[in-house]
Design a binder for this molecule. Sequence first.
Ligand code: GUN
Length: 282
Amino acid sequence: MTARPLPGAPVADALLARVAGRVSALPQAPRLALVRVGEDPASVSYVRSKDKKAHQVGLQSEVFALPESTSQTELLALLDRLNADVAVSGILVQLPLPPHISEEAVLLAVDPAKDVDGFHPYNVAQMWAGRAALNPCTPAGILELLDFYAVPVAGQRAVVVGRSEIVGRPMAAMLLARDATVTIAHSRTADLAAVTREADLVVVAVGRPHFLTPDMVKPGATVIDVGINRIEVEGKGKIVGDVHPDVAQVAGGLTPVPGGVGLLTVAQLMANTVTAAELVQD
Ligand code: GUN
């Protein structure tokens, strides 16, 4: 068997076209505030691509690039100002933050109604209760992809490998809200292969190159690869996922890396920004 490829680009295009339509139905373009602290190269690049995409779909966006030396008090003061600004619909603080700033304090300080990452404890609780308005972007984008390719979720056995707060945990909560039977597996799971082989749907977000091997997959299962790992092959840098390429011989559907889930995170952020603006309208 060769797995059906499940590329992210057509899904992102369809999602962004819907976003652009919703933007034009609003009295004014929603504004997204993108906050980063320090010069972590990955964060600089992610924030730049979020800002660019926002402008492409007709949103207003502004980057607040603060120096590494910014104090927690200064960052919280900026968030207070953005929370109070009625022209700002969405606020995103790029993670990770420098070690002298408490991530918990910062995530708590973002108005939950503007929390387009879905990381505020109020939104996390709403998500586990199955009624969140603003869901974390990567897992929400994965659900868009599953719907786009008509992959069934309700009643299916889903295994999420990885328990991060940004992907694994919210993915499990959102699959549960969509009536999947969900298992969260992780680095301490005993006989992981036996667990993942039970799944109709496997989502892998462990950050380890080629971690999921063909023996861990039930024939015909759908496999979603969230990994973005930089490795060296013959002296050259290459981006690979958490899924071994030979999984394509066993799986029924497989997302590519690059060109899979990565494209959806940014698209979903745009959708969340419009959702936040619509919630204020209603
Ligand atoms: N760092 C890595 N992923 C994310 C994300 O989805 N949101 C934010 N704010 N920071 C991140």
